[in-house]
Design a protein around this ligand. Structure first.
Ligand SMILES: [Zn+2]
Length: 414
């Protein structure tokens, strides 16, 4: 990952700070905390359409014995030995799985429950902001207990939840079932999108947990584990970056519509309060000083604002759009539906552009190919996983009936 433009854009927008706290630790700013909160809220809202979702947070210090009963094999965690024998040793929170399961049991809830607290893991080499971190934040982790045998059908519902969530962020995704991580999950779905240059990257993981974890946790049925991180916002930054800087989809943007108007312009208070919760920010500009107006517009664009309205000294209005950047005359005081339509159109343009990048990469790179079970098992094609849902396709190697698979010459990718 040599492309650091996405990080520059996030810093310039005031979403994250430059750093300087050691590799793998990205400090978040106030605006960024709001964006991350809206990212989690969007996911939880989508989950809530299908399941009775709850939210919780766990302490940063976890008992070492409880952690190691479930995760005995990981060396990449931070331990805090107790000063005396009678006190427990601690682990700095490295996973939410066992804590979520304990929470579900305590609250007699099957789930799902979502925790978002950061995870601390040792990092070899230097980190990449929001991609490879020592302190992973936000670390969104969902767990759901199910009667044995219901896991597969539930995973299908979660596939759709994740696809809807990422579409709202302007990120097109593919879902791949892989056994490359079979030690962790009996079934593993990877939600895959692409970098700006089209290289595939994993956005979210969904597991039906392997039996050793279920046994360690005392779970008799199926156990779903879904995780994604702030990397989602790095990918949003990559795809929606334009000459104005960071672009943000309207569900995430701190300000959805900026309003540039002369000081004391009439009717704006009543108008913004009629917009039904659309997040607006008004900036007073002297109408006859064009550079002030442009500077204010640049400031709005840089913080990810998808839309701006300009009120001229003569009372006429114009709308400033992004992706592509253009201006158009618009009737004064557009109603909430009209503003929402503008925001929806911006979101769609960005999603379509990202979708075209993913399609070019998948088609141009031959990443998705028909493969039969025999050729997949014999590794005649470097299959990474099967596309979900299953799509029939003739094997590109031997022409036998098969299904679409995701092919990766370099093996596992992140
Ligand atoms: Zn074949």
């Amino acid at each position: 990952m040599h492309d650091t433009l996405y990080h520059r854009a996030l810093v310039d927008a005031g979403i994250v700070a430059q750093g300087g706290f050691g590799s793998g630790i990205t400090p978040w700013r106030g605006l960024g905390l709001g964006v991350a909160r809206r990212m989690v809220d969007t996911f939880v809202e989508q989950v809530g359409r299908d399941f009775p979702v709850a939210r919780t947070e766990h302490p940063f210090l976890n008992r070492r014995d409880a952690y190691e009963q479930v995760f005995p094999q990981y060396a990449n965690i931070y331990r805090l030995p107790a000063p005396t024998q009678v006190q427990p040793d601690w682990v700095l929170r490295a996973d939410n799985l066992h804590l979520n399961v304990e929470w579900l049991r305590w609250h007699r809830h099957q789930g799902p429950v979502v925790a978002t607290g950061g995870l601390l893991r040792q990092l070899r080499g230097s980190g990449t902001p929001l991609f490879r971190e020592r302190y992973i934040w936000p670390a969104v982790q969902l767990n759901h207990l199910l009667p044995a045998g219901e896991g597969a059908a539930t995973l299908e519902a979660y596939r759709q939840v994740l696809e809807r969530t990422f579409a709202a962020f302007g990120l097109p995704v593919l879902t791949i079932a892989t056994d490359a991580l079979s030690s962790y999950g009996e079934v593993c779905h990877l939600t895959v999108s692409c970098l700006r240059d089209g290289r595939p990257t994993v956005l979210a993981t969904t597991y039906l947990m392997a039996s050793r974890y279920r046994e360690a946790l005392g779970v008799t049925g199926d156990l779903v584990d879904i995780g994604f991180t702030g990397k989602v916002l790095a990918l949003v930054s990559m795809h929606q970056l334009d000459r104005g800087g960071l672009g943000l989809p309207s569900v995430l943007a701190p300000v959805q519509a900026g309003i540039l108007a002369p000081q004391g312009a009439a009717g704006l208070d009543a108008w913004t309060s009629s917009l039904g919760g659309i997040r607006t920010q008004r900036i007073a500009v002297a109408g006859d000083v064009p550079f002030r107006r442009r500077r204010a517009e640049r400031g709005l664009a840089r913080t990810g604002t998808p839309l701006a309205y300009g009120v001229r000294p003569d009372g006429s209005w114009r709308v400033g759009r992004r992706a592509p950047s253009c201006y158009a005359a618009t009737p004064p005081f557009p109603d909430a539906d009209a503003v929402r339509a503008e925001l929806g159109a911006y979101d769609r343009r960005q999603l379509d552009a990202a979708r075209a990048r993913l399609r070019r990469s998948v088609e141009g790179g031959g990443l998705v190919r028909g493969v039969c079970d025999g050729c997949a098992a014999a590794r005649r094609v470097p299959v990474f996983g099967r596309m979900v849902p299953r799509r029939r396709a003739r094997c590109t190697h031997c022409a036998a009936p098969g299904s679409d698979h995701f092919v990766s010459e370099q093996g596992r990718f992140y």
